[in-house]
Ligand binder design. Sequence first.
Ligand code: XLS
Ligand code: NI
Ligand code: NI
Length: 433
Amino acid sequence: MTDFFKDIPAIKYEGPKSDNDYAFRHYNPDEIVMGKPMKDHLRFAAAYWHSFAWPGGDPFGGQTFERPWFSDTMEAAKLKADVAFEMFQILNVPYFCFHDADVRPEGNSFAENTKNLEEIVDCFAQKMDETGVKLLWGTANLFSNRRFMSGAATNPDPDVFAFSAATIKTCMDATMKLGGENYVLWGGREGYETLLNTDMGRERQQAGRMLQMVVDYKHKMGFEGAILIEPKPQEPTKHQYDYDVATVYGFLKEFGLEGEVKMNIEQGHAILAGHSFEHELAMARELGIFGSIDMNRNDYQSGWDTDQFPNNVPEMALAYYEVLRAGGFTTGGTNFDAKLRRQSLDAEDLILAHVGGMDACAAGLKAAAAMLDDGKLEAARNARYAGWDTDAGQTLMNSDLDGITSSVLANNINPEPISGRQERLENLVNRYL
Ligand code: XLS
Ligand code: NI
Ligand code: NI
């Protein structure tokens, strides 16, 4: 045991009336919701990068956090792992997620990076064995090091493409070795700053080819998890190719990968793309590519990906409603891609941030399950489209413009608008919160 979280107890469910900061009010892992335990619906994961690797900087100032593992040695990386697994146990999160660069010191070469990663993977394997914590997904950080400043797969320099491909392979190997349930690709620098120096055609082809190689390698190595792309419209690049779910779907189609790759959808990224979170979730469901979620919250005024811990239950209820409508998670889960505010310096802050986030998700899930169980929203939606389920509706779909025109004339079709009843539905939703 390290002394980082010294007096902080393991967090237990105490119910909505509890006055204890270190307790769950809504997250009761074994409580059955729609036929299965809450923990299996939510499949919580903690993100290594924000909680253990981020130093608290912003564009105007550097590190605010002081952590005993902030140094570039293997010893420090192992101390970081000790503390990370202590947090997973205090919170009782079943999963974690990591990038290579979060967990190992940066080496002087690809070979050294790989060696460092493999050593940490062995250490993780042992800790996972001891604690029962599992890996939701692994990924490669192809955006922080200066070599990736002009992109990874989409870099104008083929050597960077090669370095990136080799790095992805090592991260897929690490994920497989640790029994990871998904492998994620987020292309923070797969975009451009200015079209003046960018060959968009080539860059898209390079990105497509890299993704095909990832899928080929998945099959070659026998990885049974899902490959997930995490869309984001911008930041850090001015324009990112994986803009949103619909854009990525077009890209997958173009490269013949729509049956191979699913989505990891992040709340903050949906907002940056000008969508709601539930829009992106519903779009992925309808396209058959729903995979997993990165749960956080953006500041609605600043226009940045502020990665705050989620705390808005009404929004989360609508998000989990779409997750439930998609049939829930299979390999996916709820990853807290969220970080403390830079003034939240203490070990306690890290725990309480997650406790609040987990509780807000649980409350959102329960509300979503009640809405779905009750069926009033779905009944209203179905009623609105009921005309399409009639014989006439079906005939229309299989007709053509000539046939339809004759029928409009013959039946003197002259539709009267019908209310969408939005406010009634909004009132209905509020009854479950
Ligand atoms: C950044 C992304 C990143 C991915 C993993 O905005 O959310 O954290 O989830 O690379
Ligand atoms: Ni993000
Ligand atoms: Ni993310």
